[in-house]
Design a protein around this ligand. Sequence first.
Ligand SMILES: *Cc1c(COP(=O)(O)O)cnc(C)c1O
Length: 409
Amino acid sequence: MITTDQTLTQATQLLQIEDEHVAHNYHPLDVVITSGSGAVLSDGDGAQYLDFLSAYSAANFGHCHPALVAAAIEQLKRLTLTSRAFHHDQLAPFAEGLARLIGKDMVLPMNSGAEAVESAIKVARKWGYEVKGVPDGRAVIIVAAGNFHGRTTTIISFSDDPLAHDHYGPYTPGFVSVPYGDLEALRNAITDDVVAVLLEPIQGESGVRIPPAGYLAGVRELTSQHRALFVADEIQSGLGRTGRTLALQHENVTADVYLLGKALGGGIVPLSGVVADHDVLGVLKPGQHGSTFGGNALACAIGRAVVSLLESGYFQERAARLGVNLRDRLDGMLGRGVVAFRSRGLWAGVDVDPRLGSGRDVCEALARRHVLAKDTHGSTIRLAPPLVISEAELDHGLDQLELALADLS
Ligand SMILES: *Cc1c(COP(=O)(O)O)cnc(C)c1O
């Protein structure tokens, strides 16, 4: 039998080995997770934690969801990877199902979220030159301040977060940044050379920032008027998190291009996609873009299972319903450690009174109470429990947040 002491020693050893052999590009909380089920994570000592982050929404369906694990195991035993040099039997049903779910014609399957963003940038530029008729080399993509679209050299070129951006130059040109939520600024920035406006319908990393009512509809109107593509990065906001399949649906707005990732891989494999109609994705011809692992059989089989989970609307409905509880509970914390919060569905950015400490301090206090969440910037923390969390678990986690704030005051 493993005793507590031995396990603690093991965990401490693992932390030391990580410190020595893993690049220090993250600063994780001091827990070493060894298993997970639903909304509960466990360490090697059997201690349980409620997951209030869901791997940044990649684990929307909870840990080791039985239907997703079954689909993965089934496929693992049969076929995992052929490359796209040959056809395999999982790609067509995955793409057809995802396109139907999103309401578009076609899917360009990739792996990471950043790859989906990169792919959309390439598609938008190509569309701009070949369809819109922008003179070669002049394409401009408008982005929003406070954005987070991933970590590649091109993507961080238009990030205004110094941690993400600084000392990685020279930077990729062709991007103009406007304040998020400011329609007038966008109107002034749109020229004939603009091929796309790339936005998160809700800015996740920025602290779950929700734009003013009418903004996204205004973006739709301006992009249509100026014949630019509206590219919605729904990698974190999409696939049920906000109570709808897509966050844009809350505003009754349709984008030209949707970027999906994170939850699309069921928390099991990286799987992302660019989803759009033929007139946009059709600009790609054989050899002009690709990925060895993009659209592999294992990922597609899991993606199919994710699409079927979402087709019933069950998770969207749960996120919407439990989101009301989340909002009510956070409302009750206003003035009691919480200075402001923004939420939609089971997703909230919570600004903690800076006098209590940083977001990191709050997350450490929460972890001591066995709830795992993540700070974004300053004194803001992000709450994004798995959509399978029970009402009692959600309540318990929020009780712990209240108590953690009390611990700090
Ligand atoms: C996480 C995220 C990405 C990048 O996804 P990776 O899989 O980490 O490359 C892009 N856009 C948004 C909105 C995200 O939240």
